[in-house]
Design a protein around this ligand. Structure first.
Ligand SMILES: *Cc1c(COP(=O)(O)O)cnc(C)c1O
Length: 375
């Protein structure tokens, strides 16, 4: 597998034939000249079908993942919904129990309309995964590390289970971009990213990615569905994601270092009853994480002794960490996930999720120290 750093640093960079520019052009055109009989001299017809900025970004994303093909979407949810809707009706999906909350809501609300069946399973229990397989199981949907409990799934083992059953494995790797985890190299068939998070990296663009190990029937069905349903990212969004990729390895390195410092501080704090960070030796799947990840990411969660009220009080005292949803931007965020997920949430009431940003680790630790000390 090629090195990620040079791929990222030079993403889209070559002297532009028209101007010599080293940064890629942003092509906003909705339509492209064709011959009277519909031949496409440059391969482009209409922005919703394909466009130069999207194509350039997809080629870079495919290279980062070691994928045959990558498709860009306007959001991570659009990417995920497309992967699911493109399954043959009557398919059964195994969804990991700590998958991004909105996918579980989507399964509950939309799967019956789409003719899909769903079973929610703990993917850290491989016997439970095997036991949940059905003859019509078409897709295993993993998320590793997961949101918000940072559970780690054994991607290679899940790929074997899926393939023996004639199913595919999709990994939502939003918390661990290609520079720290490459699910396709571990045997997964599809990688999903919310590009809104680390790929964009600056909290100012939304996007989603599906990257496929093979350019077969499912990839073609996803592509077709995107064209027809119009789930096309704007060229400007594609351009911002491409720009974000250029600094991805450097940003991830700093996110990971800051998160490790924060996790170690929290693990030693008397008012913290649990820290969920795969980089800690105490994490139940630390060994799997160490084997399949190059580093452990910038996301973690912890539980405040005293439960919901104590956690809300800590969140209200945080100064440097802002109370806001989302993750993967330069600034540090804190979120009481149970409040945001609502009554159907299965997240512990005392849990706070942190997106550790690019400030100085000493300041982040100091902020947590004062927030935990107060009250
Ligand atoms: C944010 C997120 C998504 C959804 O992505 P959007 O870009 O918000 O639609 C999916 N999976 C994970 C793990 C996420 O964090």
């Amino acid at each position: 597998m090629s090195r990620i750093e040079p791929l990222a640093a030079r993403a889209g960079s070559r002297p532009d034939p028209a101007s010599g520019a080293l940064s890629p052009p942003l092509q906003l055109a909705t339509t492209f000249e064709h011959t009277p009989d519909g031949q496409l001299p440059q391969g482009f017809l209409y922005q919703r079908y394909d466009n130069p900025t999207q194509q350039e970004t997809e080629q870079v994303l495919a290279a980062l993942e070691g994928a045959k093909r990558a498709l860009l979407f306007p959001t991570g949810m659009a990417a995920g919904a497309t992967a699911l809707q493109a399954l043959p009706p009557g398919s059964h999906v195994l969804l990991c129990d700590d998958s991004y909350f909105t996918f579980r809501v989507l399964a509950a609300q939309q799967f019956p309309r789409w003719g899909l069946e769903c079973t929610i399973v703990d993917f850290t229990d491989l016997d439970a995964v095997r036991a949940a397989l059905r003859p019509n199981t078409a897709l295993l949907w993993a998320e590793s590390p997961s949101n918000p409990l940072l559970k780690v799934s054994d991607i290679a083992a899940l790929a074997d289970i899926a393939h023996e059953a004639g199913a595919r494995l999709l990994v939502d790797s939003t918390f661990a971009p290609a520079v720290i985890q490459q699910p396709l190299a571990l045997g997964a068939d599809i990688v999903l990213h919310s590009a809104t998070k680390y790929l964009g990296g600056h909290g100012d663009v939304m996007g989603g990615v599906l990257a496929f190990a093979d350019d077969g029937e499912h990839a073609a069905a996803c592509h077709q569905l995107r064209l027809m349903a119009g789930a096309t990212a704007s060229p400007f969004a594609a351009w911002l994601i491409l720009r974000g990729v250029r600094s991805l390895p450097a940003r991830m390195d700093w996110h990971c270092r800051n998160a490790r410092r924060v996790a170690e501080f929290l693990a030693g704090h008397a008012k913290v009853s649990a820290v969920h960070y795969p980089g800690l030796a105490s994490h139940p799947q630390h060994a799997v994480a160490a084997a399949q990840m190059r580093d452990f990411g910038g996301m973690l969660s912890f539980e405040v002794a005293g439960g919901r009220e104590a956690a809300l009080a800590v969140a209200s005292r945080m100064r440097l960490f802002t109370n806001a949803t989302s993750l993967g931007s330069t600034e540090s965020l804190v979120e009481h996930r149970a409040s945001i997920e609502g009554p159907a949430s299965t997240t512990p009431g005392g849990l706070l999720r942190l997106s550790v940003g690019l400030e100085h680790a000493d300041d982040l630790v100091a902020d947590l120290e004062q927030a935990l000390a107060g009250g």
